[in-house]
Design a protein around this ligand. Sequence first.
Ligand code: 0A1
Ligand code: ZN
Length: 898
Amino acid sequence: MRTDTPVTVYRKDYQPYPYDIPQVSLAFDLAPDSTEVRCVMQVRRKADASADAALVLDGEELELVSVGVDGQALPADRFHLSEHSLALYGLPAEASVEIVSRCKPSANSTLMGLYVSGGNFFTQCEAEGFRRITWFADRPDVMSRYRVTLRAAPAYPVLLSNGNLVASRQLPDGRNEVEWEDPFPKPCYLFALVGGNLTHRETTVKTASGRDVLLQVYSDPGAETKTEWALDSLVRALRWDETRFGLELDLDRFMVVAVHDFNMGAMENKGLNIFNAAYVLADADTATDANYEGIESVIGHEYFHNWTGNRVTCRDWFQLSLKEGLTVFRDQEFSADMMAQDMDEAAAASARAVKRIDDVVTLRAAQFPEDAGPMAHPIRPDSYQEIGNFYTATVYEKGAEVIRMQHTLLGEAGFRAGMDEYFRRHDGQAVTCDDFVAAMESVYTRQHPGRDLSVFRNWYRQAGTPRVTVRLTHDAAARRCTVTLSQECQPVGVEKKAPAGFVKAPYHIPFAIGLLDRNGRALPLRHDGMVKDTALLELTTQSQQWHFDDIDEMPVPSLLRDFSAPVIVDYDWTDEELALLSAHDGNPFARWEAGQELATRQILALAEARQAGRTLHADPAFIAAWRALLTDPALDAAYRARALALPSEKTLAERMQAVDPPALAVARDFLRAELGRQLSAEFRQAFDDNQTPGAYSPAPVPAGKRAMKNLALSHLMAAGEHEAQRLAEQQYEHAGNMTDSMAALSALINYGQGDFPQQALAAFYDKWRDNALVVDKWFALQAAARYTTVQTARELMKHPAFTLRNPNRARALIFQFCLNNARGMHHPDGSGYAFWADQVLALDALNPEIAARLARALDNWSRYVPALRGPMQEALQRVRGHEGLSRNVQEIVSKALE
Ligand code: 0A1
Ligand code: ZN
């Protein structure tokens, strides 16, 4: 195999396509080994394009059968075929171009384009998969109406594509033929087809304007008992977009199809969403609370794309965050609204805080490290080698934070007005991030004459996590407290190679603060003509000051409430101040944050002690703060479980000068066990108080109880109590749902004694061997287990149920081990890194997108302790030197080693 030469694509080089392609007709003769595709497109040269502009079409791994123009075969001198494109010359201003080609779905292990999974046909076209189906202008700003004909043998009775079914017949040769028509112009990345033996569950609902629409969820026969939650979630998503954004479903039929082999979570193809089965199938016996929540959120996400992504799409792939950041923000709000519905005000505020905490935990664990490493990029990148590598936490999660800040600055009604304006201006178009900000800015400027979002736009231009330093002074005589905020953001990633003199511009940072007196009471703050507990400060320059009056003594600041901006806060609280905030802050998010900061200080101190070979001791003040949270009667279970969760190793690593994962793991484990020992009565009480007898429900209240109960169980087990093992065994044997089974099994295999844990693990596999999603859980549990070494991981790879070809399985074992098993992966002998390199290369031969994701596990190697840095670098070099590496993996490892 030849190594792909990497070519860098720059945002500044954008050129419009010289042709419009208003209409496309596709006819597929589906067969696994060779599928023939006839593509007829109406092309029209744009008025401002040169008369001799070639029609350049993208194509990959296709066999060309014929090229015709206006019904005539095109002579050989009028087209040029190269490895990745087909150029047609001398076309009239308007023409009908017909291309016939063949592809090989069963040989397609990349899962991009047309492929076979479980004997059925599926497609994945975003970002650049359509070019593996037919030669086409594979870019999002070319939008066409599609008419699709599918022909297949009777073994594939269900034949689906985008839009409406307009014809269906049986052919004389016994095959079925159907025709689909999508009334909305779309870019080709939103094309989809599905063919196979599938069953479905459906419902009809009336939209806000009174149209009946058919909603369907397709799955493998037998799995129809597991699609109820997905279909219900779809109905909720449809209703939510109507009420919160006034956006209605524009099609008569909306389909979701589950597939077991899929590179990502799901795909928003117009009217035919294709989903990783992990985000569709659920029942109490096989899915956890987190699975249920994930399904609701991903169903919402893809459904919301119908407006934010499909009706208004991206001009080019640098604008990816235009649809992804906005749609993640929308799915986060959807989930928060679903969690808080039917609750009183206080419970709703707590439920929203829980969702916010979970989202911020994800951001800090995945995006902050990315923003500080070699792949750092603005949410709107300036260049890429392989666009598949830019479906990142930055584009998605930080992108959502950037939208959320606009929501915070404009307020709910203002944001809604901005969204309305965005659709009024751009419905049916392919646009840029700047077009979105301009629509929001039109409202902001109306709200605040003389102000604009010009500084805010730096969030789209610059990478890195800004650091906001807070200084507080108090003037007792004037009874005045002065808050000074200063910001800085060091160059990161490619910015480091910018010409000398490159300085990053300040950001527009909405910074929400509260002030507490020394008894933990909220001080009323006069700001912007209002008196409230929270003031929203808008920092738009390097440093600014605000004064708050009628304050008698130096207050304790509650900073960045609700995580109002994706920044790092620098303020030197004392431990006592943090304990006060952790016990009393009226903002539940900031209250959680204070506890997390205490725990972070504690674990970092323990890790340092461990590195220095000292004995580990937990600080009694920390234990007392945890006891206070554990016993505060005002907290609900879901919130309490978050408040008591120890910060993840990923988040902690960001706080270490030189990252030492094994030391962090030991410190965190020690603290978990120590808390279990010192608070055993309280944890036991929490375990008993949060049982959820009766029928399973994934609703937030029982799910919160299970989270709390299982957290308690893990502490009790870590403490090594005999009684705890009895509780875990009992829970495992009598669990009425997968959340409790998994939690007990995890506690048992990590901390249990005797034969029971391994016997239970073996029995678990035997029970669930035919359920792929549960077998994934079984692999994942072991991959991340404390006892699992590289050797164990290699052994597990030999299990008959293991395959690298299925991304979910690879993620369950390989990714879990490489990303979430600190001891095994970061063994000082380098064996974990050698394993990583072996698997990156093995995956790369099958599926470069997945390989490149695994490749990123070593991104931040240069920030690790010296003993690990060398072996990491060696492993990276081995991968980079491998002949035949994909562009995807090449881009990742070469950036890491630069
Ligand atoms: N637009 C999808 C993400 C997606 C991207 C690429 C895929 O295949 C390689 C699949 C899905 C989303 O945001 O959900
Ligand atoms: Zn998306």
